[in-house]
Design a protein around this ligand. Structure first.
Ligand code: PMV
Length: 310
């Protein structure tokens, strides 16, 4: 019987289409070379540690519930395990930390239980979806896909039909800045749902516009038409502000990035706090990172990332 298993899951960057993706519109994301590494050991002294670059994360009731849902499809229970997760991306900042953790744990659980290869993918999918529902409410599944894959991809889930298309996009520097405390993804998603309920004559059209921006973004990204990509990111940010998921701090960070030479800047992820993403201009990421550095941690990535994690 396997006693210890280790596995990884990746973080993600959403470039276009967050929130609208919950309503069947396409979105574009890229898996990062960083994410989560999980080690699970059978143990009579159960423990659960989540370590980050900043400080250990409190394993609260929400994490415990998500963990229980995740382990159950593998016939495991946290009471019989020593679990350690190392996160290499900030938590709750729109970079998919919960999905990276869930995928790393599910893969480790599958190895520990020696799940047969023909069943692994379905079992991991089921486990991660159950765990992500705890953090995301009505999750689209885009974080889960990014955590399991690599590179840029287009994602759409319409009426239960899932379409994932890998995208070939020239390498470019992207700057991610965490400019505000994180908000709950489930709360942000539910705030947009409330707006949809309250304004049924307006919201569907607005949501369609997100889709139009994403489709145009896909073409311009594939062709490396970076100025157009940047303008579309600015438009996408404007729509995210319109549906109430921006904040003064996120807006200010986008303005600063553009003034420092970014071709475009927008919220990435659920908003309400967390991160913005800026597309580097001809002067590269340096001036943008410098302009955003006083607001919080800044990460600069060449994307698409290498296929293996460090
Ligand atoms: O995990 P976050 O905060 O990056 O949010 C994911 C994107 C949303 O569209 C807001 C939610 C979802 O499930 O697609």
């Amino acid at each position: 019987m396997t006693e210890t298993a280790t596995a990884q899951g990746r973080g993600k960057l959403i470039v276009f289409g967050e929130h609208a993706v919950v309503y069947g519109q396409p979105a574009i994301a890229c898996s990062l070379a960083r994410g989560a590494t999980a080690t699970i050991r059978r143990s009579h002294q159960p423990d659960w540690r989540v370590l980050t670059d900043e400080r250990p994360l409190q394993v609260n009731d929400q994490v415990l519930l998500a963990g229980a849902r995740l382990l159950e499809p593998f016939g495991l229970c946290a009471d019989e395990l020593d679990i350690e997760v190392r996160l290499q991306i900030p938590v709750g900042a729109g970079l998919g930390s919960s999905a990276a953790m869930a995928v790393a744990l599910a893969r480790a659980a599958a190895r520990l239980q020696e799940i047969s290869p023909d069943q692994i993918d379905a079992r991991i999918d089921q486990a991660v979806a159950a765990s992500e529902a705890v953090f995301h409410g009505a999750a689209s599944g885009i974080d889960q896909r990014a955590a399991m894959g690599s590179g840029f991809f287009a994602f759409q889930r319409d009426d239960g039909h899932l379409q994932i298309d890998p995208l070939t996009i020239p390498t470019r520097s992207w700057v991610i800045a965490r400019v505000a405390p994180s908000a709950s993804t489930a709360e942000m998603v539910s705030g947009v749902a409330t707006l949809c309920d309250r304004h049924p004559e307006v919201m569907p059209g607005l949501i369609d516009q997100f889709g139009a921006i994403t489709r145009a973004g896909m073409r311009t990204l594939e062709q490396g038409r970076w100025e157009d990509v940047g303008e579309l990111m600015d438009l996408n940010h404007g729509l995210l502000a319109a549906i109430g998921v921006s904040t003064p701090a996120l807006d200010e960070a986008c303005h600063r990035a553009r003034s420092a030479g970014a071709l475009g800047a927008k919220i990435t992820g659920a908003g309400g706090g967390g991160c913005i993403v800026a597309l580097s201009g001809d002067d590269g990421p340096g001036p943008i990172a410098a302009a955003l550095g006083s607001l919080g941690p800044v990460y600069s990535y060449e994307l698409p990332s290498p296929t293996s994690m460090p």
